[in-house]
Design a protein around this ligand. Structure first.
Ligand SMILES: [Zn+2]
Length: 492
């Protein structure tokens, strides 16, 4: 046995509930969990390394099921503005000024934040995602679902900012000099097949490059129905079947998409068209879904489609609560994602669990709508199931992705009797992960990264962000978002 994690309250997330084991222990051999159960039945002397988890909560590593971490570089630049201005006028000018190295530096910042919060798996949704895998995920030893963005919107048009959550401005759909683009939100923006071809080539190469990489799971990422040709979507769905991979799509993410899809497809909705294209099945991972009808969401859940809700992001950008509770009640698989940092502020998954719970309660007018235990399941086994991974639970034979949380001043006390207070306190408090292991290897140990320099990552991010914001300031001012006024008025 390589590692034994002994003592404390183990939330194994096995079975239908949380699988709570008091005075628990975990045995890890060759990256795999080989023992789960009471500490007194484990011969800890047989372990090369023993982790004392007395007083702590031991959980599966958390799963961030949808993230664009490069945008962490632009944290603080795009919030508190009208939805209609968020992408084109606020974030867009800064995002357009980022180069490859900026994206790597932003990604490193976001991933370190996520891991420090107990995350061991991130679904990274990005263009040229292999660069992020090589520069950030691989060296750090963090599990990644590498999802290559496929976006065919012609260069210079809405949705071409490199950000998959472009909510857009329906009054400003593209380049006014382009005769193919009338600027009418109900006139489909032009698509460029060659751009899609290049992205698909990058996506396909991921499967070859990482065929033997245990921590990298490639996936296909056609960005959204309005941003790719229908035959592209059908083709990628077919390829996902052949590759036994997921097809991860932003689905029904707002008014702009709805109007574009209606214009392209004779007034039909996104979900109707996806059904007609034959891509609605258990390969499909649907991010967001707030623009779908309840009946459509029921049909997706029945078809085995997994949903990823990103409550902080959608609240910050749109002022909307994603339908995670409704989708769970319909029997659908639900994971949670942090999406992007510039709107809601970051990639800390316990904070996302808290936000998911509180927003869902508020939306339902019912404090029981999304309890802490449901949030913990969504943030572990729910996200893992959505992504098709055998993580998110502590079970013999599963990869040893584990987080050990100390109560600290923000989440104490962790009690066992008469209530396991660690369950609510992990979600509603402010816990910090003391130890984080991915496939049995320590990424964080005793509160410090084993092989990463978070202080250096911050210095690099400040430096890079400063350059990007300076370079883009003119374009950003010209775009004229409400944030420009807030700066000029002395609020920012
Ligand atoms: Zn997204």
């Amino acid at each position: 046995m390589d590692v034994a994690i002994v003592g404390g309250t183990h939330l194994t997330i096995r079975g239908e509930r949380l699988g709570i084991v008091d005075d628990g222990a975990l045995g890890i051999t060759d990256g795999t969990i080989t023992y789960v159960g009471p500490a007194n039945a484990l011969d800890e002397a047989a372990a090369d390394r023993v982790v004392d988890a007395e007083g702590c909560a031991v959980t599966p590593g958390l799963v961030d099921a949808h993230a664009h971490t490069s945008l962490a570089l632009l944290r603080g630049t795009a919030q508190d503005v009208p939805e209609i201005e968020w992408m084109r006028r606020t974030l867009g000018p800064f995002a357009a000024a980022m180069d490859d190295e900026d994206r790597v530096v932003g990604c490193r910042l976001g991933v370190l934040e996520a891991v420090a919060s107990g995350v061991t798996t991130i679904c990274e949704y990005a263009s040229d995602v292999s660069t992020l895998v090589e520069e950030v995920y691989g060296p750090l030893g963090v599990r990644v679902v590498a999802t290559e963005t496929v976006n065919e919107v012609a260069t210079g048009h809405i949705g071409d900012t490199g950000d998959p959550d472009d909510t857009g401005d329906p009054d400003d759909t593209g380049d006014p000099d382009d005769p193919d683009d009338t600027g009418d939100p109900d006139d489909p923006y032009p698509l460029d097949t060659s751009k899609g071809d290049e992205a698909v080539e990058r996506a396909e190469s991921l499967f070859d490059a990482y065929a033997d990489a245990p921590l990298v799971e490639p996936a296909f990422g056609p960005q959204a129905l309005d941003m790719v040709h229908p035959d592209r979507l059908e083709h990628l769905h077919e390829r996902a079947g052949e590759r036994d991979a997921k097809l991860h799509v932003h689905v029904a993410q707002g008014e702009r998409e709805a109007r574009q899809v209606a214009a392209r497809y004779g007034g039909r909705s996104t979900v109707e068209v996806l059904e007609e294209l034959g891509v609605v099945d258990d390969r499909l991972v649907a991010a967001h879904l707030h623009g779908a009808s309840p009946d459509e969401r029921r049909r997706l859940a029945d078809a085995g489609v997994a949903m990823v809700g990103c409550p902080s992001s959608i609240a910050a950008i749109d002022g909307i609560v994603p339908p995670v509770v409704e989708y769970r009640e319909a029997g659908g698989t639900v994971g949670l994602g942090t999406d992007q940092a510039p709107g809601p502020g970051g990639h800390d998954l316990p904070r996302e669990l808290r936000t998911a719970a509180l927003l869902s309660k508020t939306d339902a007018g019912d404090p029981t709508a999304f309890p802490a235990w449901s949030a913990l399941r969504a943030g572990t086994v729910g996200g893992a199931a959505a992504l098709g991974l055998d993580v998110g639970r502590l079970a013999v034979g599963a990869p040893a992705d584990v987080a050990v949380f100390e109560p600290g001043v923000g989440a104490a006390p962790f009690l066992r009797e008469p209530i396991h207070t660690a369950v609510p306190n992990l979600v509603y408090g402010a816990p910090r992960a003391r130890d984080v292991l991915v496939a049995g290897a320590f990424v964080v140990r005793n509160g410090s990264f084993v092989d990463a320099d978070p202080a250096g990552a911050v210095v690099a991010a400040v430096d890079r962000a400063s350059d990007v914001l300076s370079a883009a300031e003119g374009d950003w001012r010209d775009a004229g978002s409400a944030l420009v006024d807030a700066v000029d008025d002395g609020w920012l």
